[in-house]
Design a protein around this ligand. Sequence first.
Ligand code: ATP
Ligand code: MG
Length: 594
Amino acid sequence: MSQRRKHRTGLSRLWSYTEQQRGRALVVMLLATVSAVAPVVGWHIVGDVIDAGIRAGDKQRLTVDVALYVGVNALAWGLGTATWLMLASIGQRMVVALRRSLFEHLTSLSLRYFSEQKAGWIIARLTSDVDALSDVLNQGLTTLVVNTLTLVAAVGGLFWLDWRLGLVALLVLPPGMLVTRWFQRTSHVAFSEVRTRIAAVTAQLAESVSGMAVVQAFNRERAFQREFDGLNDANRQANIRAQKLSSVFFPAIQFLGVVATAAVLFAGARMIDADALEIGTLVAAVGLLTLVFQPLQELSELYGQVQAAAAAMEKISTVLDAERDIVDRPGAKQMKRIDGRLTLDGVVFAYGEEPVIKGLTIDVPAGGCIALVGESGGGKSTTAKLIARFYDPLEGAVLVDDTDLRGVQLRSYRRQLGVVLQDPFLFSGTIADNIRFGRPDASDEEVEAAARAIGVDRVGARFEHGLEHVVREGGAGLSAGERQLISIARALLADPRILILDEATSNIDRPSEILIERAFDTLLQGRTSVIIAHRLATVRRADEILVIESGRIVQRGTEQSLLAEDGPFRRLAHTLEPPAAEQLARRAPVLEPS
Ligand SMILES: Nc1ncnc2c1ncn2[C@@H]1O[C@H](COP(=O)(O)OP(=O)(O)OP(=O)(O)O)[C@@H](O)[C@H]1O
Ligand SMILES: [Mg+2]
């Protein structure tokens, strides 16, 4: 089943989103069928009015027929309204279900997916592509169902009225099918192109919005404008191509209706001459033809929309079908409260082809603290992400309490993990909301205590509403250091068993850092911690310092022993933080100033 679903990319995939409402769909189908048959019956009555009422001079029959005619069409009208409303609501629920499953799938995808896709491209899938579908499901679904039923009922009614006239009308069917087939083929390409173009526009827009400061600082507004104009224009051209196709298709179908009517009138006239047909039947047949071709025309107009929606659904499917590469093994265990022993056993990892982690073996006892230092791009953040299981290693394993992380339920592990990433992200909401992010049920007192321990209360004091100060998305409106302080408080409040701090204090001023240094004593107490830092002051507290260069550990030991060796660490200490190194040099007589 899942295998089959994977390959369904077109509109048929939407069927699975009707699951909750198949009963309603059945009811609406019944109503729609009745409302489609009613006008067909109406035209039969018209024929009867002419032949058996007017021409035969039967007054009573005339009255009954007219009353019936009005009644039948009134019924069609009432049922038509009900059908419309019910179908629109079904369509809307499908859109909601689709959007929901899209978002759910997105949140389960690994960081790999998000680093490979442009944010704007993903946003376009959730907005403009879903909107294209929504349009069809709103009005289109009604048009589709009602007109298809009307069409079938009218064709059936025509044959029932007079099969010979029915056959004559059907003569236009083969050319109609040819035209439709042509449109289907060419428009699919065109509408697919439209979806791609609109996604490009959205992606460019999203990138410009988030990078506006850099764009302006480097005077690149014009260049960005030119690029945007190009994409915008490509989008316009793709739309025009699609519209050109539609503009040929709809009138062609309309014209086929005229041809069919002419053919029926011509054949009918001959049959009347030969006394093989009554005039009322011919009138009814022409009336029924309008019931065939008007829905056909509306369907052909809808067909363009449906093609657009199918193209949109295909794009949406690329998101829905994106593999979750971080999945719990079958039978993965729930992780109980862990001690926090952390082991990396010969871990190799690559984002692309080239490995960036080339065999890391690290062992941290429960409650221990290691520091990772080293040149930029060496693989420190990547190691942190492997420990947090944002990625799985290519070779080797990450183990916690001697259990391979791939064998435990991810959620039960992450619950015991605190992460402060190198580029902390804050969500729109108050500072307190952001601190509470990892533990939504924490009380106000707990939030305040965490804030005080890290010094966020001093950040809060700068604002009128303190911790209730509203932060904008991404933390805009706060300094980089303030963002870091808040994200550390967030990790502290979550009370994790393993704590990962990636450059958590790099943007924090010296006084705040001293404060945090002190808070670290409580923060790290009884937890396993991995600290990544450039500042010696921060890594000093680690039990062991690992120097990482190009994905390998090149040196390891305590601060004192590392400074005593003439190796990469001492070079780092000098280049990255001369003053601190000098301070150390003064305190550590073993160190010869080089
Ligand atoms: N999402 C990604 N996709 C592809 N390559 C990546 C990705 N993230 C990092 N890399 C590459 O992996 C290598 C290690 O990066 P990493 O971020 O782990 O370095 P780092 O040691 O944390 O550096 P820094 O001290 O600058 O933070 C780098 O060469 C980087 O270009
Ligand atoms: Mg890093």
